[in-house]
Design a protein around this ligand. Structure first.
Ligand SMILES: Nc1ncnc2c1ncn2[C@@H]1O[C@H](COP(=O)(O)OP(=O)(O)OP(=O)(O)O)[C@@H](O)[C@H]1O
Ligand SMILES: [Mg+2]
Length: 253
């Protein structure tokens, strides 16, 4: 019997298995370890992942995994697992999965962990083709600015006579994201309050989710907890799937 761990993200999904005692992500055809959480139904075929995102199907016919998992959505996920011919072993909370993956790799022992998960949080809305292309270009620019200080050009040809050309600087991106980052820090404060802990009590801060690659996010977390406590030992896109794979292999149901 093969057990797999699935991180069903609202933007990207990742599947992991245990190989030689260690969790590893399963690659897609394109060599990447994550795939967009998108399924497109064409006339006679079903596209999954990047081909679904790239296809020219009317976007209203594309299904996205919902941003928040309410009970009925959890039920829908269970149904999808069944329809895919898989047997559900256990539904695991994402932060728990990430903490398990880290403990497997770094033996964090009894230390107090804080898991900060900043993913994509995709919302469902209709996207005309042009907006979809603009969104893709903006996302590329945003992701590049995590690794470069140079302004990135966002370019989009609208038609023969008109094009969009905008320079996006790191400062501008930080300004555009500032509300969102502030909110994510507020959630962290709320979690600390609920646990009746302060930042000083936390030994390790595990960063998961693609958006934790944003330097401004890392800086805010570093100034709150101290740089040394931030952990980057596992790819933030893969930690949740790793933890799920570990649990799937470890428990008897
Ligand atoms: N280098 C990067 N810099 C900035 N953002 C990035 C980078 N790499 C990925 N991201 C962003 O991370 C997001 C996807 O993260 P992730 O795959 O963790 O989300 P998810 O798990 O699908 O979402 P959620 O947890 O909200 O359901 C996207 O918005 C993507 O643009
Ligand atoms: Mg996620």
């Amino acid at each position: 019997m093969v057990y797999i761990g699935i991180d069903l993200g609202t933007t990207y999904s990742c599947v992991a298995i245990i190989e030689n005692g260690r969790p590893v992500a399963i690659h897609n055809d394109d060599g990447r370890n994550t795939l967009p959480s998108v399924v497109a139904f064409d006339d006679d075929e079903i596209l999954v992942g990047n081909p679904a995102l790239d296809c020219n199907t009317d976007m209203t016919n594309i299904l996205y995994v919902p941003a928040m998992f309410h009970p009925d959505q959890t039920a829908a996920t269970k149904k999808a697992i069944e329809l895919a011919g898989l047997k559900l072993k256990y539904l695991l909370q994402e932060p728990t999965a990430a903490a398990i993956a880290y403990n497997e790799k770094k033996r964090l022992g009894n230390s107090k962990l804080l898991v900060f998960d900043f993913g994509g949080g995709y919302d469902i809305y209709k996207k005309p083709k042009l907006l979809k292309r603009l969104r893709i270009e903006c996302r590329k620019a945003k992701e590049s600015l995590s690794f470069s200080n140079k302004p990135i050009n966002v370019h989009l040809d609208i038609n023969d006579d008109y094009e969009i050309n905008v320079k996006l600087t790191k400062e501008k991106l930080n300004e555009l994201c500032s509300d969102l980052i502030r909110k994510s820090i507020n959630y962290t404060d709320r979690a600390l309050n609920m646990a009746k802990l302060s930042a000083n009590n936390i030994d390790n801060v595990i960063l998961v989710g693609g958006s934790t690659r944003i330097p401004e996010v890392q800086q805010k977390m570093a100034s709150k907890f101290g740089k040394d406590k931030l952990k980057f030992d596992i790819n933030p896109d893969e930690a949740v799937a790793y933890g799920a794979a570990i649990v799937a292999n470890a428990i008897e149901v």
